[in-house]
Write a protein that binds this ligand. Structure first.
Ligand SMILES: [Zn+2]
Length: 674
């Protein structure tokens, strides 16, 4: 393809992808499937790989990628990022409004009401429409530069459509807003951390802050943060003469702006809005802690001015956490999907913030000890948003107090309950524990593990309710007609699923090891284990000491593996998987050899090879010590050409670069084609 044509095609793809990103991340209304989106991204990726000179920082392909860095630099803000004064009740809000009225000396004014998201503030600076730098709020005067991490947030436009405003906004501008972690992502993250024995994040704000400030952008990307814009600045000053117009402009430029925004004439209208939005709180996908009111007119904002700490033209009205007193009648235990035992306070029913509450979480044994609660105590219960109510403190000790102790057997299955040293949670170690089964099935079927395409949440739930599956090995006994009988399953999809399950019997031992769901044993650890113990039997018999011979296996992981195989339930499960015909032996791939004739040589791939994907061919060449480049030059050692090879092949011929087909490549690499 000619450079010109490639450039046009790249441009076209970028615009199309940006449009889809906008619909997906900002409007939450995707127009195409994930697979179609991936297809577009792949096309763009391939084209950019072929024409590296055409890659720009604002290309959608550049969202993820940056390398972890050693630390964050700091940068000054264009103008101070001040926090807001708070109003904790109607009277404090009225006092604020009085002051505004006095200072404006009789001018009429309006407030813009916006939800106060419970996240962290971020400033994004754009040059010529492209995102150049992202800075956290920091101390308000300067913050940390987190550009690479901010780039991974889908709702942060890498290119903002300033031209969409149809008026003169310079290409260089700054957008400020709030980064939040949606509740669903927060819950998933904490579940995962619990599973890995890590400390839990107290709330989504802390988790979002942690995610934005990690040094590896890939981690930020995995945390599914969201960004809501609320300020548009040019040279550190508001770009518009009204806050309302600023929000409308941000929305037109492709930023996500909260749909809950309202122009209010004075205090009564503001109070009505605050009450109305409080009712929305439990249904919102993210945490809020109040409503921000800003005087709309910029001229009036200037008139009102600032104190040293905060603007006089804005205030944050904070919603109260709802609390009530009641009696803690009993403490019971719930087994979570990860096997963790969570103590639950069963309360004498009480109305908290308009909702009847009869249960509250006590989190774990440490929390019970910290609170000092016992059955029979009168306690203070708090509810915020739709988060599970929690016990805040004892109000009065009960007359007959019964101290709680954690059971030694799982209430669901009778399995052993253990608490690992250094961990907060007590867990049921039985892999077949029904409470854990759903999670186990999803893990088992997931792509990096047994890769059973089509076995998602909906099917797993039905298999469990219909009791078609009581442990993961039952998957291998399912018939197509049993699956076809499930909701929304046709003959074809049932057959496909059975074929997928059948195919998974061939997954190599490292995947089978990781499929067992042994704590601390993920895909990578499983690889190391299989390399050291090339059969399941050797692994099952290995002592803690022997296990630590495998790469990266320390005492904690070794103890976890030993503990797993000491539980008879788990041994039984392994035997059922053996009977199902899973791969229990392993031939590790031969270590990569540095081949004479390949080491240091540069290869260029073009066209479609008959058997290898481009990634596979690249991996083979690199494993043998060669390099793969995107374009042909005099320095290219070989061009590997498949079907429909284009201009690269022509160029190779004109430069006299040797051209190989797939078979010749494989023979050069010393790998027989199979
Ligand atoms: Zn159990």
């Amino acid at each position: 393809m000619l450079l010109e044509a490639a450039s046009q095609e790249i441009q076209r793809l970028r615009e199309e992808i940006r449009e889809h990103e906008y619909h997906y991340y900002v409007l939450d209304q995707p127009k195409i499937s994930d697979a179609q989106y991936d297809g577009l991204m792949r096309q763009l990726h391939d084209l950019e790989a072929a024409y590296p000179a055409l890659v720009t920082q604002d290309s959608p392909t550049q969202r993820v990628g940056g390398q972890p860095r050693a630390g964050f630099q700091t940068a000054p803000h264009s103008s101070a990022m001040l926090s807001l004064d708070n109003a904790l009740n109607d009277a404090e809000l009225a006092a604020f409004d009085n002051r505004v009225r006095d200072l404006l000396g009789g001018l009429s004014y309006q407030y813009v009401a916006e939800l106060k998201l419970d996240g962290l503030s971020l400033a994004l600076r754009y040059q010529q429409g492209s995102l150049r730098i992202a800075i956290t709020r920091g101390n308000g005067q300067e913050g940390e530069v987190v550009t690479e991490n901010a780039r991974t947030i889908g709702s942060v436009p890498l290119y903002a459509r300033a031209e969409a405003l149809g008026e003169a906004l310079p290409g260089d501008f700054e957008v400020r807003g709030e980064v939040v972690m949606p509740r669903a992502a927060f819950e998933r993250l904490n579940e995962q951390r619990e599973e890995e024995g890590l400390s839990l994040f107290a709330n989504p704000r802390n988790a979002a802050a942690g995610a934005l400030r990690v040094l590896d952008p890939a981690i930020t990307a995995s945390r599914r943060l969201d960004f809501y814009a609320y300020f548009l600045l040019v040279d550190g000053a508001p770009a518009f003469d009204s806050q309302w117009r600023c929000l409308e402009a941000l929305s037109a430029m492709g930023f996500k702006v909260n749909p809950q925004r309202r122009l209010c004439d004075g205090l009564p209208s503001l109070l009505t809005t605050i009450r109305e939005w409080e009712a929305l709180r439990p249904g919102l996908p993210y945490e809020i802690d109040g409503v921000v009111a800003k005087v709309d007119s910029r001229v009036q904002q200037e008139l009102l001015g600032w104190t040293a700490k905060a603007p006089r033209w804005a205030i944050a009205f904070k919603y109260a956490a709802s609390q009530a007193e009641t009696v803690l009648e009993r403490i019971t235990v719930q087994v979570g999907r990860t096997g963790a035992l969570t103590p639950v306070a069963n309360l004498k029913p009480v109305v908290v913030g308009g909702v009847t509450v009869s249960r509250a979480t006590l989190h774990n044994m440490d929390e019970i000890e910290r609170l000092g609660v016992a059955e029979g105590d009168t306690v203070l219960v708090e509810r915020s948003g739709d988060v599970i109510p929690k016990v805040v403190r004892i109000v009065e000790q009960g007359p007959e107090r019964l101290q709680f102790t954690m059971p030694s057997a799982c209430p669901e299955c009778g399995g052993h309950v253990v608490r690992e040293p250094g961990e907060v949670a007590y867990r049921c170690v039985n892999a077949a524990c029904p409470a854990k089964l759903r999670e186990r099935l999803l893990h088992f079927a997931s792509r990096p593990v047994m890769d059973i395409d089509g076995l998602g949440d909906a099917i797993v739930d039905q298999l469990l309710t219909k009791q078609l599956v009581t442990d993961v090995s039952d998957l291998y006994r399912l018939h197509a007609d049993q699956i076809e009988a499930l909701d929304r399953m046709g003959k074809k999809s049932a057959q496909n699923l059975v074929a997928q399950i059948e195919k998974s019997r061939q997954q190599p031992l490292p995947r089978v090891i990781s499929a067992l769901g042994i704590r601390f044993v993920g895909e990578r650890t499983a690889q190391f284990l299989a390399a050291e113990f090339p059969s399941m039997d050797e692994l099952m018999q290995a002592s803690e000491e022997q296990l630590q011979r495998a790469e990266e296996i320390g005492p904690k992981v070794a103890r976890s593996i030993r503990g797993f195989f000491e539980d008879q339930h788990n041994v039984d499960l392994v035997e059922r998987l053996r009977a199902a015909g899973l791969q229990f032996h392993y031939d590790p791939p031969r270590p990569a050899t540095r081949l004479e004739g390949v080491t240091g040589k540069t290869f260029v791939l073009t066209g479609t090879l008959p058997n290898l994907t481009r990634d596979q061919a690249k991996a083979y060449i690199e494993a043998a010590g060669g390099k793969v480049a995107g374009s042909v030059s005099k320095k290219t050692s070989f061009v590997v050409a498949g079907e429909e090879a284009g201009s690269k092949l022509d160029k190779a011929r004109s430069l006299g670069v040797p051209v190989l087909d797939e078979a010749q490549l494989l023979s050069l690499l010393g790998t027989a084609s199979s």
